[in-house]
Design a protein around this ligand. Structure first.
Ligand code: ADE
Ligand code: ZN
Length: 340
């Protein structure tokens, strides 16, 4: 029986780099917001919400349809504020001390919401979380790939007054073919405006390897969200290792399949010297739940050792878009903790 790492994992200072704030909406809040905003939901109670999270195939599409249906309950600044503040409390409970969090844009603006209102609300929660929980966070502004490049340009205009509050831009949603080509001008502008750049390259999508290549070459992304298929290509493996492009893997899927997946692939990424981390993605919609649970399940079900878990966490801090002073501080805290 291997040594149980639950206490070690729980107390370890952690970072999370791949989480969508909209995927943090607890079923309880989903129902409450639907009620107060007069939004019709096909679920009567929390059990029915959880039953709907049994996505099936095609996985990404089915998940996104569920996710988009839930987004409709988010209407007011108050909704976004409560969602984000509750999530930051969870981070503190999980000893997640640093985060880079994605927020969706076209998904809200196309429903008539005002950028300054929803972003202002989550950003207020971020500031309060620093004060109340000592949790530090930065925002990644996500464009939805199924929306137009023009609409992404409009979002960049809307974000101008908040530029100093947003660290990066990214791409998420449906992995439409040649999406990188579609967003070349958007990413060129974002880079010129000083944003860091990332993109989802989801698992088991068509043309996965080509999409990763295009993201690196055409969009010049500095990080890839997921990026599992890098290791299917020796050429991409070399590029990603040499440039130390972070890969933010998310090992869990629907709650009815609770075991973390791709344990051997993540181990292989570590062995290949890739800057891989593990993350929750959508903690209230996936089996991930929060960071402690992910590492505990990786230990119990994937036989991940203390060294491997510390290494994944070191990689997360090494991947973060923070000052070198902050990085040294977080890494020192982690090493001190691991050695004690
Ligand atoms: N939106 C929320 N989670 C996502 C994921 N993993 N891939 C693409 N879009 C998403
Ligand atoms: Zn994601």
């Amino acid at each position: 029986m291997p040594h149980d790492l639950t206490d070690f994992i729980t107390g370890m200072p952690k970072a999370e780099l791949h989480v969508h704030i909209e995927g943090c909406l607890e079923p309880r809040m989903l129902l409450q917001f639907a009620e107060r905003n007069g939004v019709d939901l096909p679920y009567q109670d929390e059990d029915e919400v959880l039953a709907a999270q049994d996505y099936g195939e095609p996985a990404l599409d089915n998940f996104l349809k569920y996710h988009e249906n839930c987004l409709r309950v988010l209407k007011t600044g108050q909704d976004f504020y409560e969602l984000a503040y509750a999530y930051f409390r969870k981070c503190a409970e999980n000893n997640v001390v640093y985060l880079e969090i994605m927020f969706e844009t076209q998904a809200h603006v196309s429903r008539g919401l005002v950028f300054s209102e929803f972003f202002g609300a989550i950003n207020q929660a971020r500031k309060e979380a620093r004060r109340d929980f000592k949790v530090e966070a930065n925002w990644i502004m996500s464009f939805q790939r199924d929306h137009s490049a023009e609409s992404s340009m409009e979002i960049l205009d809307m974000a101008v007054p908040f530029k100093d509050e947003i660290i990066a831009v990214g791409l998420d949603n449906y992995e439409v073919n040649n999406f990188a080509l579609k967003f070349v001008e958007v990413f060129r502008r974002a880079r010129e405006e000083g944003y860091r750049l990332t993109s989802h390259c989801d698992c088991n999508q068509q043309n996965s390897i080509e999409h990763i290549r295009q993201c690196l070459e055409l969009l010049q992304v500095e990080r890839i969200d997921h990026g599992l298929h890098v290791i299917d290509s020796p050429e991409l493996t070399t590029i990603v290792r040499e440039r130390q492009i972070p890969l933010t893997m998310c090992p869990t899927w629907r709650p009815s399949d609770p075991a973390p997946r791709r344990m051997e692939s993540i181990r292989k990424m570590l062995e290949l010297g890739l800057l891989v981390s593990v993350n929750s993605d959508d903690p209230e919609e996936f089996a991930s739940r929060y960071m402690n649970n992910i590492f505990i399940e990786m230990h119990k079900q994937g036989s991940y050792t203390k060294d491997e878990i510390v290494r994944l966490t070191r990689n997360a801090f090494s991947s973060a878009w923070i000052s070198e002073d902050s990085r040294s501080h977080y890494l020192e805290e982690l090493e001190k903790y691991a050695a004690a």
